[in-house]
Design a protein around this ligand. Structure first.
Ligand SMILES: [Zn+2]
Length: 110
């Protein structure tokens, strides 16, 4: 009499396949979370700069407080670690999140 032994469980290849699929899914989720985090930090930075812009505009009307004093007193800072500075036309820019508009690209000059 032949006894057929049923094996339960997964083979090594099946386990490796499941693990590799899980690794791919987790890495995709991690990249998505990083992108969302970056967008959130950019949004917070823009809100901080708008608030600073309003304070700076008010201070310029009164001509009493400098931009640096406003920056220190409000404690505003970029969530990504960038620093704020005054650009042209008293526009508050971030070293990380601001794209400087109307800047000529040297290699496109004629
Ligand atoms: Zn920023």
């Amino acid at each position: 009499m032949i006894v057929i032994k049923k094996e339960h469980g997964l083979t090594l290849i099946e386990v490796l396949l499941v693990i590799s699929i899980l690794v791919i899914l987790v890495s995709m989720g991690f990249l998505g979370m990083r992108r969302l985090l970056h967008e959130a930090e950019k949004s917070v930075c823009m809100t901080e700069r708008r608030s600073l812009q309003q304070s700076d505009t008010l201070a310029n009307h009164e001509s009493t407080i400098s931009f640096e004093e406003i920056l220190i007193s409000t404690g505003a800072q970029c969530p990504s670690g960038g620093f704020y500075y005054l650009g042209n036309d008293h526009q508050i820019l971030c070293s990380i999140h601001s794209e400087i508009e109307n800047e000529e690209v040297p290699y496109l000059k004629r």
